[in-house]
Design a protein. Sequence first.
Length: 327
Amino acid sequence: MQNQGQSVRPGVVVGRTRRKFRFIRLLLAAFVFLALLLQSRALAGVGDGAAGQPSAAEASAEYLLRELPGVPDALREAVLAGRKDEALRMTRELADHDAAQRPFWLLLEGVVLQQAEDHVHALNSFARAEALASEASSPWLHKLRFARAASHRALGQWKEVEEVFEAETDRLRSGGRQQDLASVVLAFADESSTPKENAPPGAGLDYARARALYQQVLAMEVPADAREYSLWRLGFCAREGGDWNGAIQAWESWLGEWDPAWQAARGATRARPASAVPERVFDVRLAHARAIQDGAGDAARAARSFEDLEALLRGYLAGEGLLSTKF
């Protein structure tokens, strides 16, 4: 295999690339099946409203119903069944008669409205609840702010979303709760960069904003899986936004941190345990090679990247090499 640091004559590259790609096409057919299998396992359950999975609003409702003891069974059933009018009638009656827990009942009212995608009225409920919670130093105050941010996000009111982030970031960081903050930021980043089912192409997508949010997560002290996922998505958003160099750089950062074969080829010391190789490694290798080929237009470098991928996959399928026992 050609050393990546050596120069290569263009004529030699073209002839060699054509011969190599005949075989690589056949090998990549097997690889694509494997990559799709690995990706489906890695992304299982990710997304809002996927088949068999609750939407974000439904998950929030279930969470809130567990948080406060004494929620009437009839209200619980109405909320979980999505019976909006019935649930709203009961939450409003409770808000009128239970002053001590009024911020909670208004919060739940807003979440019921979110379930019905009535975000304008949900914001009104959250505003009333937040005012009461601020006066009484209620434990629901911060949940209210994040719930309000979710409705602002749904309405495309990004300035208001950012204001919530700014208000909460210092509190979460100073309290050692960066994981809480990271999970919220990741949800917004995914929402900004994931196509919606049955929506027109590009509708609701903002890859530049998503990149900024993934970079925020990478600047935090977060679990390894959150960092790995954020680096992968950072490259994805760069590519989808037309920044091929940004995509290549993000995926090379990913490979430099997570792929032992990439590190060994460059004489790098592996900082993570050898067992901690994400299943996404093949996806990242392929995305990186395609970005070089399609975006950077560097035929020689693309050929080397596909050759490296070929060798990696050969070793894996043969039970040899650094990735042979990882999955």
